[in-house]
Design a protein around this ligand. Structure first.
Ligand SMILES: [Zn+2]
Length: 247
């Protein structure tokens, strides 16, 4: 009898373990995303800007337009509300419009209901300006649990490198960091809400363009090898010959 009980307990525990494991490795979303890459260069970088729009965004957008450089923005709904015209310019200029929640919540401290509300209110506002569905988001601080991502019908984009422009506020430091660490396939985290970032980035772009680098949107970079991107996963890097890295 004792032996039989132990068997039942072991079967029950293994069943429970398999169910938990399965919920981690499967994603409930069937939709895949793909965009045709505009170039097959081996020197591509995706610059990404979080927390905006802010008071330096206009200067950044004008500098990017002048250089015909495309980037990606992860925007906060509470700020989008105050500057819809900047979102319109981003969209018209061909930048990727992504969501960074309404009020920069930490997923570690939030319920799924709060997360869904923060994402959908921001997406609805962005979509009312651009007319296009928002498919990409970046969780604030890069914080999230895998089980949360599986419940969000969007593609998460993290980053592979950053000059940490929220603590390093020197133009030359930020510019040199980007130039010295430039590498094909990178997704770089930056903030258009920091005053040193915009002049630093524009300077770094000029140097790297001279070195033959191309700047592309994060979605283009991640699809460069023919990969389809899936909702419920978090992407962070894409080498020239290989699959997009995700967690
Ligand atoms: Zn942020």
């Amino acid at each position: 009898m004792k032996k039989r009980n132990r068997k039942i307990i072991i079967s029950f525990v293994s069943l429970l373990f398999s169910a938990v494991l399965l919920s981690y490795i499967t994603t409930p979303f069937e939709k895949d995303f793909y965009v045709n890459p505009s170039s097959d260069s081996k020197k591509q970088i995706a610059l990404t800007f979080d927390d905006g729009p802010g008071k330096y965004t206009q200067e950044l957008l004008d500098g990017l337009r002048e250089r015909d450089v495309k980037t990606s923005f992860f925007l906060m709904g509470s700020k989008v509300e105050k500057h819809p015209e900047l979102i319109k310019q981003m969209y018209d200029d061909g930048h990727l419009i992504g969501c960074h929640t309404w009020s920069h919540i930490s997923f570690f401290k939030s319920s799924m209901d709060e997360i869904h509300a923060e994402l959908s209110s921001t997406n609805e506002l962005l979509e009312s300006i651009t007319g296009e569905k928002v498919q990409f988001f970046r969780p604030p601080y890069g914080y999230y649990f895998g089980t949360q991502l599986n419940k969000i019908d969007m593609i998460a984009v993290l980053w592979s490198d950053t000059p940490r422009d929220w603590v390093n506020i020197d133009i030359d430091y930020i510019c040199n960091y980007i130039v010295e660490n430039a590498k094909d396939g990178q997704i770089i985290l930056l903030h258009d809400t920091k005053d040193a970032t915009v002049p630093a980035v524009l300077k770094a772009i000029d140097i790297l363009l001279d070195e033959g680098y191309e700047f592309v949107r994060a979605d283009e970079l991640l699809c460069r090898n023919g990969d389809y991107l899936a909702a419920g996963l978090a992407y962070r890097y894409c080498p020239y010959n290989g699959r997009a890295w995700y967690i």
